[in-house]
Ligand binder design. Structure first.
Ligand SMILES: Nc1ncnc2c1ncn2[C@@H]1O[C@H](COP(=O)(O)OP(=O)(O)OP(=O)(O)O)[C@@H](O)[C@H]1O
Length: 235
């Protein structure tokens, strides 16, 4: 139940010219694996997540989510695939100010028409036992990010896509969140693709690959990540 991206190409119109955001990108993330893509601003990381999350159709190439080729699906089927098989953790928590932590997750359940009672369990799993009834302003930045992650796991997704999860956190909180993501990835056998410009936070990744000008570098850094081996210019 992996994420398979093959020969992806994505372009944007840029005045009279065409800007190539993804240039022949191929990457597979296996269940239980956390792959980090690092790269500077503008290198194409958000575009990669949007295509992997079936929010954007690539110009060419294939996106296979847990065995289903998204490129072959119509809009409605793609939306269903995204809702059922993909969890997305956005950079900002985007929590609803008036809802408690528990309710943020329960809203997802209602939207899917079920009442699985998974919300309290998931909040415990992400370390928020006892804080279920707090609203966003009563939680720290790290705790809000934990709610965000728990919410993305409500559908028990095969693929988890994570955009800059530590950008709003100090280093210690960021490291905790990365550790939690690695733990959840392994325990739940989810295929996690994470993008970040923050090389200091990739220590928990199983594999690291670098994006530059829409291309992934061949060099893949194993654990422990050889941070000095990454090309200069990546912070
Ligand atoms: N909707 C769009 N229309 C035109 N160009 C775009 C659009 N979205 C992104 N781009 C361009 O595509 C390239 C890749 O952008 P992308 O946002 O994917 O990179 P990124 O690595 O995520 O950067 P950041 O970390 O700043 O978000 C950039 O040159 C960007 O300006």
């Amino acid at each position: 139940m992996s994420l398979e991206l093959t020969d992806l190409r994505l372009t944007y119109a840029d005045g009279d010219t065409t800007l190539v955001a993804l240039d022949d990108v191929s990457l597979t993330v296996k269940p239980g694996e956390l792959v980090a893509v690092v790269g500077p601003s503008g290198s194409g990381k958000s575009s990669l997540l949007a295509v992997a999350g079936t929010l954007l159709r690539p110009g060419s190439g294939q996106v296979v989510i847990a065995g289903t080729d998204a490129s072959r699906l119509g809009d409605r089927e793609r939306t269903a695939l995204r809702r059922e098989r993909i969890g997305i953790v956005f950079q900002q928590a985007n929590l609803i100010a008036s809802l408690t932590a528990l309710e943020q997750l329960q809203v997802m359940d209602h939207m899917r028409g079920g009442n699985s009672g998974r919300a309290a369990d998931l909040l415990r799993t992400v370390g928020l036992a006892g804080k279920e009834n707090r609203r966003p302003h009563q939680l720290s930045g790290g705790e809000r990010q934990r709610v965000n992650i728990a919410r993305a796991l409500m559908s028990d997704p095969a693929v988890l896509l994570v955009d800059e999860p530590t950008s709003a956190l100090d280093h210690a909180r960021g490291t905790e969140i990365m550790g939690l993501l690695a733990e959840l990835t392994e325990e739940r056998a989810v295929a996690t693709l994470l993008v970040t410009h923050d090389v200091a936070q990739i220590g928990h990744a199983h594999r690291v690959t670098e994006m530059d000008d829409g291309r992934l570098s061949e060099r893949r850094v194993g654990l422990p990540p050889g941070i000095p081996a990454l090309r200069p210019g990546v912070r």
